[in-house]
Ligand binder design. Structure first.
Ligand code: PMP
Length: 282
């Protein structure tokens, strides 16, 4: 398998990373996961824009233009003949003697990217999954897709140990997002989701979903959902690049609505699939 290492496409074994890489020592870097369907990247531009925005927010200068970066990802996918899968790419602030403040400007960021085949989670999308509510103890810049994921990991592990697919994070009574997903409730024909503030990552899937809502005539209210009324939703689902639109049918052991994926959720899944079809066959 080929991997992208800075400006070079190399074999996996060739990559050399430093023990003092700031990504390794501090989580000082950013990343993206881009879905590949039928050999083509889905919403690549949006992911690349978000990567550059994350970089800017942490004052990291990516040493490639967006066009060059896009071409790198394209060539990597071609080289590995990915069909249905994903590309993972991260950029750290580079390697220099360990100190908290940034290294001198001459230190180059370190980019690594690789691909893998990942099936669409079709049976879980059809049947729905369980989730667990967990206090959101992360920092206040969740809008940055940073490599620092301890808060996310600890929550996901706790959910996993309870036999759940995902953690529904809340700050007090306010539901923010999932450990690696965005969250949505549907009540009386209205979709509620947290606004794109510093408390959540504005998912690329989320943006596609909000466009789908418009298309199918589902009103959207971007307003924090309350934890105290979460079980009273008619429907609930999460979204991410890899999980797409994933119905959540059980929260903390309580069935949501009928305990099956809801009608609006299924309509959204259909509209979302149409977007994929359009994009990868265009
Ligand atoms: N929130 C968090 C914390 C995430 O890690 C992710 C997935 N990367 C998302 C939301 C969903 O974002 P996207 O739809 O762009 O994958």
């Amino acid at each position: 398998n080929w991997v992208q290492w800075n400006d070079r496409l190399v074999k996996d074994e060739e990559i050399q990373l430093s023990k003092e890489d700031r990504g390794y020592q501090f989580g000082d870097g950013i990343y993206e996961v881009i879905r590949v369907y039928n050999g083509s990247m889905f919403t690549a531009k949006e992911h690349i824009n978000r990567l550059y925005e994350s970089a800017e927010k942490i004052k990291l200068v990516i040493p490639y233009t967006k066009d060059v970066f896009h071409k790198m990802m394209y060539d990597l996918i071609e080289a590995n003949e990915v069909t249905t899968g994903q590309v993972y790419v991260q950029i750290t602030r580079g390697s220099s003697p360990r100190q908290h403040q940034f290294p001198i400007e001459a230190v180059e960021p370190v980019l690594t990217a690789y691909t893998k085949e990942v099936d669409r989670p079709v049976s879980q999308m059809a049947n729905g999954v369980a989730a667990k509510t967990i206090e959101d103890v992360r920092w206040l810049r969740c809008d940055i897709k940073s490599l620092n994921l301890l808060g996310n990991i600890m929550a996901k592990q706790e959910a996993h140990e309870s036999g759940c697919f995902e953690a529904i994070l809340h700050r007090g009574d306010t539901i923010t997002e999932g450990s690696s997903s965005n969250m949505y409730g549907i009540k009386d024909g209205v979709l509620y989701t947290h606004p794109a503030t510093n408390l959540i990552l504005n998912g690329i899937t989320r943006r596609v979903i909000l466009a789908c809502c418009e298309e199918i005539g589902l009103p959207v209210v971007e307003q924090p959902m309350s934890l105290s009324t979460v079980y009273a939703n008619d429907e609930f689902f999460m979204s991410s690049t890899t999980s797409e639109i994933m119905p959540i049918v059980v929260i903390d052991g309580m069935p949501i609505g009928t305990g099956l994926p809801g009608e609006w959720t299924k309509k959204l899944q259909t509209a979302f699939e149409a977007k994929i079809e359009q994009a990868v066959h265009a």
